[in-house]
Unconditional design. Structure first.
Lengths: 120, 120
DNA sequence: CTAGACCTTGTCGCCGGTGTCAAGGCAACG
DNA sequence: CGTTGCCTTGACACCGGCGACAAGGTCTAG
């Protein structure tokens, strides 16, 4: 499978596939003429990457998942490193949600004040 | 008040004060030798900017608040434009919180799956 | 032979608040 | 006069995922 085809299959761009490769996440073979050549396993890897990116993980966070898949596991989250990342990220998201809640309260307070000061 | 003093008073850096000025938020006088010269009103403006930045507004969002202060209002949120921004931002934050909630659920699902697949 | 569609590598730009450095002007104190 | 410490403008870097373009190689169909 060439890069364009994989991009289409995985719902991303060739740009991103090369980008992931530059960051050590994807490891395509090369054909005689130097074209990148991907097998089905790589498609699964890219799908995993895309899914995790969508959930808010960064490329560095995703590395363990890919390693896990590459180690033969059916799913990328079946390894302790992956689980650790998921736990950490969950905690981060929780923190962020709390912060946003605080911000929300701040905004509401300010809004209430604004309306009190100048009722109409 | 010179820029360094204002920076200290307002809890920011000279870099940022010049940045706000470049974006039209702060309007210092100039002394004979070209130094920026700020009065008390500008200090209030900068404090307003800092507070709103901390709540997640962007510089563009903050502009109406500054205009409101400059128009003689005791607080920057006493003008319809400011209130509109606050409402919009509150809605944005709500959306974002919802999205993060969805992400959180996703992460939890994935985590549960990971633990199911490889129980220890 | 050529046009088109694919591939290659490399580079630049985006966002937006911020740090930091450079090169120079000005003031005050010794 | 020199040093110190403020000020001035300007420019580069950061993050991190991504778009977009350039200049060139490769393959296939007409």
């Amino acid at each position: 499978m060439l890069i364009g085809e994989l991009a289409e299959q995985a719902g991303t761009s060739t740009r991103m596939l090369r980008y992931y490769e530059a960051h050590g996440l994807v490891r395509p073979e090369r054909t005689a003429n130097g074209y990148r050549c991907y097998d089905e396993a790589e498609l699964r890897v890219v799908r995993e990457i895309r899914g995790l990116l969508a959930v808010g993980l960064g490329l560095d966070d995703i590395r363990p998942f890919v390693a896990c898949l590459r180690a033969g596991n059916p799913s990328g989250d079946a390894c302790p490193d992956s689980v650790a990342v998921l736990r950490r990220k969950l905690a981060e998201v929780d923190d962020y949600i709390d912060q946003l809640g605080a911000v929300r309260r701040q905004l509401q307070t300010q809004l209430a004040h604004a309306i009190t000061v100048r009722p109409r």
